[in-house]
Each structure stands twice: as structure tokens, then as C-alpha cells.
Design a protein around this ligand. Sequence first.
Ligand code: PEP
Length: 257
Amino acid sequence: MNRRYRKTIIAGNWKMNKTATETKAFAEELKPLMSRAKWCDVVICVPFVNIPAALKAFKDTRITIGAENVHFEDHGAYTGEVSAAMLKDLGVKYVIIGHSERRQYWNDNDIIVNKKVHAAIDAGLYPIICVGESLEQRELGVTMELIDLQVKTALAGVPAEKMRHVVIAYEPLWAIGTGRTATAEQANEVNEEIRIIIRKLYGARVARSVTIQYGGSMNANNAQELLAQPDVDGGLIGGASLKPADFTAIINAANQE
Ligand code: PEP
């Protein structure tokens, strides 16, 4: 973390978990635990249908609500899809784009990710862009090349002045939902590389100010060490964000003075 230059953001990704009723119960349990969240922003990204319940449940808190996906078109014949304008209109602030599960099961490739990033930014949403390598790619030694391609393609055509709305999440596929976390050094090494790519694209001032999270089995036990790294500006958290006590422990780790 480097609070002098950029925001620390702890974001939960609930994936396809919790009903609207469970969302309300989660909020009631989390709220009294949240007092120390002074130094970081807290976001919870929920399934589309839970967004109204989440907005209501977290109304008087510092927690902002995000979506887990968005379609890149404004409107039209795209049955089952949700546009950026629809999310914005509800009061959503963030949207996860290019999560590895979307890339794997719905073929959200880098070009689609780029279109979604533009749709989100144009509607005034803050994209959380996920990038990351598979275990095979890491073992082949192509992690940095892959990250380079994913980041550059995702940001193609995004002007510098919009970069203050953009969050990047480095999420190695082999660490997501596996219980196997990247070491703090591995996470920082890739996050630092992402910042170098952004510096080459947009210059030092923009690069310094962009929040770059780590995601992949971050939990109450490893959060502090990961967040102590200079280029790890927060976390995108799946499993541990579903339990109020665990999520609070991660928020507290981001609030160490
Ligand atoms: C994620 O879904 O983005 C994620 C990091 O999941 P988990 O924390 O469960 O590994």
C-alpha cells in the first residue's frame, strides 16, 4: 500500500452467492464490526439481483456497491444482459470486468474486456479490471508478457484523465478459490510490472495514482503481509468476503497505521 499516492481498496466479490435476504443479514452482522475502516475504501460486488438489497442494506455505511459484470452495449436485443447505464442508474459505483471466471466460462476475452471497460467508464462507473496468468503460463515463464498484453488491451483507447476511475486487480488463476495464495513477493512483482506498463502508457503521475489490487485466496491470515507490499493497494476477495468476521479482518489489515 502507498496511501500517500493512491487509494487502498478492499473489494469483496460474492460471485453467485447470497440471496437478497442473506445480503440484508450479512450487512447487519458486518456493520457493527466496521468501525476501523478509515484508511481504505470498502466495496462489495454482488449478483445483479442483489444490488437493490445491498444498496439499501449498506446505505448508511462507508461501503459502496459494485456489480460483477456488465454488457458492453448501451441497450438492445441482448437477452439476459445488463448495461452500464442500468447499473449507474441504480447507484452502483464499481464493476468487476474480466474476472477469470468470466474469461473461462463466458469467453470474455481481452477485446471484450476492453469494450466493457469503455462502456463502464462512459457510464461513469469505476471498472475493476482483472488480469492474471494460469499455472501453466507461470511455469512457462510468460507471466509478464501475458499481463502486459491483458493490461494494454484492456486499457486501449482509455484516456489518461479517465484513469483515476480505473482499478486493476492482479489475480493469478492458480490462486483463485484454491486456498493457494501468491507469496507477497510474487504479488508485488506482478503489481509493480502493471504499474510500469501504466507508466509507459500514461506517465509517472497516473501510474503512481492507480490502485492495483491483489486477488487470490486473500484471507484474514495473509492479508497483512500482502497489503504491506508497496504495490499491493488492496484486495479483491472472493471466499473470505462472504463471512463478516473474515472480511472485517482483511479491512482491518488495510487499516494498520
Ligand atoms: C475472486 O473471486 O476474485 C477471488 C480472488 O476469489 P478467492 O478470494 O476466493 O480466491
